[in-house]
Design a protein around this ligand. Structure first.
Ligand code: AHG
Ligand code: MN
Ligand code: MN
Ligand code: MN
Length: 335
């Protein structure tokens, strides 16, 4: 990172013309997310020193044990957005229902909704391994001046106007797209500023890393089993390297830099897989595609799925373009 590089704030202002719709509101959403990311980053870095590690003793709507940092990150991102009255609605992994934000004078005239996975990979917190945040932004489709409805949240991924993730790793990075490529910014924690460190990020067209929870192998569909055997066979540039952190953001971030594929298939236990379409798969798919990679449910493009529920799940295969094509080939063979 170089302090003479552009800051995230400068970059947002310079690239406002890339925004599909009103630039002011979207810039302010980015500013809020940037602020919340710094607050959460600070807290994540102190985990272990302060009483923030461990579970709260509650389950979220997905039946997962909520961690203290899940709750803290959720409140931080939501409050930062609500306090600035810049969105008309927010949905989160940690909230059963979406939140309606009235905006200035409760006029319901704000244009954007935000969906978030406030803390991704939260089972990694206790063991000091990278976690993340994922966000997705849509323009509302119901009329201005009325409260948002489910319709506004259940849009296909292709309607996203922006998406991004924050990775709280060896350093904290914010990576985002507004549909004009992908750019990554690294936080200098000493001065609290994100600098452009990874301009125009590109997924290598091919790769040699595959990332999947192989402990579930026995439950995977035959096409996935065949693909894993292909990754492990001794031919051409194979066997590939297996790398799995267990945090979607970190696994995809690594693969985007090095070249690789991430797989979370269906299993006999989870007929739609584990990952959530609206605030995990779609935003990551938008970034992956914008970086030249591919994101699929095994047979077709994730971003074209028509959602029917806020917390719905989908199988997810994403990464280097040719690798995702290959796994689809295996899936179709035994369909
Ligand atoms: P979250 O922590 O937001 O609930 O997401 C967990 C997800 C994702 O980050 C990760 O890739 C996946 O769960 C790991 O699941 P397994 O432990 O089943 O491999
Ligand atoms: Mn969770
Ligand atoms: Mn997650
Ligand atoms: Mn989460």
């Amino acid at each position: 990172m170089n302090e003479s590089n552009k800051t995230l704030g400068e970059f947002i202002i310079e690239n406002q013309n890339d925004f599909k719709y009103s630039s002011g509101e979207l810039s302010r959403i980015f500013n809020s997310i940037r602020l919340a990311a710094k607050v959460v980053s600070y807290k994540v870095n102190k985990a272990g020193l302060v009483d923030i590690v461990g579970a709260v003793g509650e389950k979220n709507i997905q039946g997962e044990d909520q961690q203290k940092l899940d709750v803290y990150a959720n409140e931080t991102f939501i409050q930062t957005l609500i306090n600035r009255e810049i969105v008309c609605g927010i949905a989160s992994e940690e909230n059963d229902d979406f939140i309606t934000v009235g905006g200035v004078d409760n006029d319901h005239n704000n244009k954007y909704i935000v969906l978030i996975d406030p803390l991704d990979g939260s089972s990694n917190i206790d063991v000091n391994v990278s976690v993340g945040t994922i966000f997705s932004v849509y323009r509302r489709i119901t009329p201005f001046g009325t409260p948002v409805t489910f319709e506004d949240f259940l849009q296909p991924g292709i309607n996203q106007v922006a998406a991004g993730y924050v990775i709280y790793g060896t350093s904290t990075m914010l990576v985002y797209t507004t549909g004009h490529g992908v750019n990554g910014f690294t936080l200098n924690p000493a001065i609290g500023t994100f600098y452009l460190s990874h301009p125009n990020m590109k997924f290598p067209i091919d790769g040699t890393i595959y990332s999947v929870n192989e402990g579930n192998y026995i439950h995977f569909p035959q096409g996935v089993k065949d693909y894993i055997k292909y990754c492990q066979s001794e031919e051409e540039d194979r066997p590939y390297t297996s790398r799995y952190i267990g945090s979607l953001v970190s696994d995809i971030h690594r693969n985007m830099i090095k070249g690789g594929i991430y797989l979370y298939p269906t299993s006999f236990k989870a007929s739609k897989g584990k990952l959530r379409l609206l605030y995990e798969c779609n935003p990551m798919a938008f970034i992956v595609e914008q970086a030249g990679g591919k994101a699929s449910d095994g047979f077709s493009r994730v971003m074209e799925i028509l959602p029917t529920a806020l917390h719905e799940r989908t199988p997810f295969f994403c990464g280097s373009y040719n690798m995702v094509e290959k796994v689809e080939e295996f899936m179709y063979k035994v369909k």
